[in-house]
Design a binder for this molecule. Structure first.
Ligand code: GLU
Length: 306
């Protein structure tokens, strides 16, 4: 990274992203998310050596949505190890996050754990170890960021009430034998998981093990073996940003995960995590301002891994 201080970089990024407001739209397929003001912007950087820097609405909790899929996968990998890869693949899908078109051709094995079908398979696996996978994910996230986290009940209910596509996916997979539990229970657990909230500051802290060889400086504990950490970052780089992951890698060059709540968390291996939140999304479901912010951050600091 260049000598410019991180607070200076964040201030510069906040100016550079201004022209990008108004280009996207908050998610509207979950009514509760459509109500979040589009002009929100927060960013947090947490370095592996303990530095923490924030700007804007970095302490406002937002809906994590798809970002929770990384926490759920981490838990599943820690609990059942590589066996998870018999249930879900490791390839980019090239289709929108909630599509089921590939499932029928590929016998119910989702392309990767970060599209909805893959996340539903992971939830199904976690249901073997707990009756409440969403609470497990919430508590894992809370452990990693050192604070108690909440699942927003209104967002969870709103999501479940509109989860027709996810129900279709879960039912198809149940029919193909790649989901073992009752589809409605899997969708309900997954919807609650997606409604977990965090601020940018908490998110940057929670993902720090992915930048620190698997060690959480916040929890003061090794969360993942180093090799697994590298593999999780490989999955984020190739599958973390829906079906625009290629152009995201081209622009930002960092492993990252986005969610339709407008959050994106990026990993600078060996150095830092960067969390950004701004609710207006592009047509693929990724924050427009958030992507621009990470692109600017990565260019100014020259921290791209590519
Ligand atoms: N709750 C969302 C869904 O399953 C998560 C989508 C996302 O953030 O990508 O539709």
């Amino acid at each position: 990274m260049k000598a410019l201080s991180i607070p200076d970089v964040l201030a510069e990024v906040a100016v550079l992203v201004k022209p990008h407001f108004g280009k996207g739209r908050p998610a509207d397929y979950i009514p509760q998310l459509a109500d979040v003001p589009g002009d929100k912007f927060g960013m947090a950087v947490r370095t592996v050596d303990g530095g923490e820097h924030v700007i804007g609405d970095a302490d406002e909790a937002f809906s994590l949505q798809s970002i929770t899929k990384v926490l759920a996968l981490g838990l599943a990998l820690n609990r059942i190890g590589d066996e998870i890869w018999t249930r879900v693949g490791k390839e980019p899908s090239g289709t929108p996050f909630n599509h089921l078109s590939l499932l029928e051709a590929e016998r119910g094995v989702p392309r990767n754990p970060f599209i909805n079908a893959g996340a539903l398979a992971v939830t199904d696996v976690l249901m073997n170890v707990t009756r409440d996978p969403a609470a497990l994910v919430r508590d894992f996230g809370g452990f990693l960021c050192g604070e108690r986290l909440e699942i927003d009940p209104a967002v969870a209910a709103s999501e479940l009430a509109h989860a027709w596509q996810n129900r279709a996916i879960a039912n198809l997979m149940r029919g193909q034998g790649t989901i073992e539990h009752e589809p409605e229970a899997v969708v309900a657990a997954y919807s609650r998981q997606c409604a977990l909230t965090m601020s940018c500051r908490q998110l940057a802290r929670a993902f720090l093990p992915l930048a620190a060889g698997g060690f959480s400086p916040v929890a003061e504990e090794t969360i993942f073996p180093d090799r697994l950490t590298r593999r999780l970052n490989a999955l984020l780089l190739t599958c973390g940003i829906y079906d625009s992951v290629g152009s995201f890698a081209y622009r930002v060059g960092l492993p990252a995960k986005s969610g339709v709540g407008g959050g994106i968390v990026a990993v600078v291996p060996g150095k830092a995590t960067v969390a950004v939140w701004s609710p207006e999304l592009d047509r693929f479901g990724t924050s427009v301002v958030g992507t621009a912010a990470l692109e600017a951050f990565s260019q100014i600091t020259n921290c791209s891994v590519l």
